[in-house]
Ligand binder design. Structure first.
Ligand code: FES
Length: 178
């Protein structure tokens, strides 16, 4: 049975999308949760509340982590109850299938499922897992993902796991430095 774990991380109305603070924070990599929340490929999906948004996280068959809008783009069922397998998550309601990049791959029951799936957009965030202390975090940023992957920005290590005494906001400020 799917466990339903909700984590509150600075989740106030002020950090929702569309607010000044929320939109600003979403321009940076944000520590989201410990990697241990998703210990194994194809494990249970987890509901996460982050910056005032309800999201679902899962680790796919290849070990990559997806972080996206919790509610299915079809009829808004919670994807936290979805089945994680085959490098994707299947909605428990009508079995729509999404990958870790929030792309809809299959829409069973539609007249032309492949074509239909291409037209659907689902909101998702890039994720990044790192070794060392910051490997404890998943990081999200819709806007800065390309910069990070091009290595023009790097995330400083705050030290050995367990030794970091900085609040997460300090780590965030450090990660924003070029
Ligand atoms: S509500 Fe998710 S597939 Fe229908």
């Amino acid at each position: 049975m799917t466990s339903f774990l909700v984590i509150e991380l600075e989740s106030t109305q002020a950090t929702r999308p569309g607010t000044v603070l929320g939109d600003t924070l979403r321009r940076y990599w944000v520590p989201a949760f410990r990697s241990g929340l998703l210990p194994e490929p194809d494990g249970e999906a987890k509901a996460v509340v982050l910056l005032g948004e309800r999201l679902v996280a899962f680790r796919n068959t290849s070990g990559r982590v997806g972080l996206m809008d919790e509610f299915c783009p079809h009829r808004r069922a919670s994807l936290a109850y979805g089945r994680v397998e085959n490098d994707s998550i299947y909605c428990i309601y009508h079995a729509w299938r999404l990958d870790v990049d929030a792309r809809v791959l299959e829409c069973p029951g539609e007249r032309n499922p492949a074509l239909f799936a291409k037209r659907i957009k689902h909101k998702g965030y890039p994720t990044r897992e790192q070794d060392g202390a910051l490997s404890l975090y998943q990081l999200i940023s819709p806007l800065f993902a390309e910069l990070m992957s091009s290595q023009s920005m790097s995330i400083p290590s705050p030290g050995p796991v367990g030794a970091c005494t900085k609040p997460w906001a300090s780590i965030l400020m450090g990660s924003a430095s070029p």
